[in-house]
Design a protein around this ligand. Structure first.
Ligand SMILES: [Zn+2]
Length: 405
């Protein structure tokens, strides 16, 4: 009960950004003495701090002292690995990113190589932080088992049935630090869902268009436990489109991935002289160049624009399917489209408006500029770091005992 109440108070403060004690009483349904005790315990543990009330309006004429999550006391490490890069961040539980590093993507690492590298980086970052590590969240391009401890396979690497939790924990060697895994699509959905007002029953679907076309899904801000499989199979949904673009993997005459996967986009762009280099910013630079060329008024510009419009329309189709199949109350789209920018999203939204206008209110990019625009293509890395706080979210006492390392 105590743990639940501590977690409840922290989640209320996290949702509001700044909260007065009155706000907490109102939203928690707990008594004033209970809140006084819990808040002082959280202040003492360094998880909450008093702030000068800036946004909170004093109620009933009393001056309000507001509370917020304490910056820099507890942090998590997030890892997000893609075709062109592996990103690692340290993010405090109040949301401040204090460390970030980018590495080139792994071609096809063995689990030993991959986790050897990640564990070494995590230990190094942890040794240089003066706050407490609450957990590590790792987002992988992979299909997982239901409890997200094993990778069944990966669209990017030749991994089959890998005990990822075991591989990582035996190399990490940091006592009591939980490691949590999920696929990058769920990680992105977790981050995006934190930018929605939390309403009961909220269901956010995220469509990530990248190397594959993946789906992440959250319910009340938490990931669904049984949604691992559909997320990777979705990429190979057969589609009827001319000209046919046979998919080497699923062998369909055309599928979502063979049409709008980043490799398909690049092979079309290569015909007009735009290709991808092999560095950690390859996808971002490629997309910026494609979008820039599309702004011109010659034949090359027209062909670049066609590629972008095609990607936007099929991404919108993918979003329709996901919205319909999941009954989502909000849909977000991320991945390389974020680097194409407005030119992509204008065509995306125009297609939604033409074909399924009733889904317009679900598409959250313009309603919530903070979501896709500010997170950029960073939703998965932020989500991985949020995943690293999962244990603390349900039981804050795990980081309240002992001294801050
Ligand atoms: Zn396919």
């Amino acid at each position: 009960m105590k743990r639940n109440n501590l977690a409840l108070v922290l989640s209320i403060v996290a949702q509001l950004g700044e909260a007065s004690r009155a706000d907490i009483i109102e939203r928690s349904g707990l008594t004033q003495p209970a809140i006084t005790r819990i808040v002082s315990e959280l202040l003492e543990a360094g998880l909450l701090e008093e702030a000068l009330a800036t946004t909170t309006v004093a109620k009933r004429g009393r001056p309000a002292t507001s509370l917020r999550l304490a910056q820099g006391r507890v942090y998590s490490i997030g890892v997000d690995t893609r075709l062109d890069r592996t990103t690692i961040i340290a993010r405090c539980f109040a949301g401040v990113i204090s460390h970030e590093e980018w590495h080139p993507g792994f071609a096809d690492p063995t689990p030993e190589e991959f986790f050897g590298f990640i564990a070494e980086r995590v230990r190094d970052i942890a040794s240089r932080m003066d706050s407490r590590l609450a957990g590590v969240g790792i987002a992988l391009p992979a299909r997982f088992n239901d409890d997200r401890t094993r990778v069944e396979n990966s669209p990017l690497w030749s991994w089959t049935d890998v005990d990822v939790l075991g591989e990582m924990t035996k190399r990490l060697d940091l006592e009591g630090v939980p490691v949590l895994f999920d696929h990058i699509w769920n990680a992105a959905a977790i981050a995006n869902s934190r930018f929605l007002p939390v309403t009961k029953g909220a269901r956010l679907a995220h469509v990530q268009v990248g190397y594959t076309v993946g789906i992440g899904l959250t319910h009340n801000g938490s990931r669904f436990s049984r949604f691992g499989c559909a997320a990777t199979d979705f990429s190979h949904l057969p589609i009827q489109v001319e000209p046919w673009l046979p998919c080497p993997e699923c062998r369909a005459p055309a599928c979502l991935e063979s049409r709008i996967g980043v490799r398909a986009i690049e092979s079309r762009a290569r015909e007009i002289g735009i290709s991808m280099a092999g560095d950690p910013h390859a996808i971002s630079r490629f997309c910026h160049e494609l979008a820039e060329v599309a702004q011109g008024d010659d034949e090359r510009a027209r062909r670049a624009l066609d590629i972008i419009k095609d990607a936007a329309q099929w991404s919108a189709q993918a979003a329709f399917m996901v919205a319909t199949a999941t009954g989502a109350t909000a849909v977000t789209v991320g991945g390389y489209p974020e680097y194409l920018g407005d030119i992509f999203f204008e065509h995306f939204m125009a297609h939604v408006e033409d074909v399924m206008p009733h889904l317009l209110p679900l598409m959250r990019r313009f309603d919530h500029p903070a979501m896709s625009v500010d997170l950029d293509d960073r939703a998965a890395i932020i989500g991985a770091a949020v995943l690293g706080l999962e244990q603390m979210r349900t039981d804050p006492t795990v980081v309240m005992s002992g001294s801050v390392r």
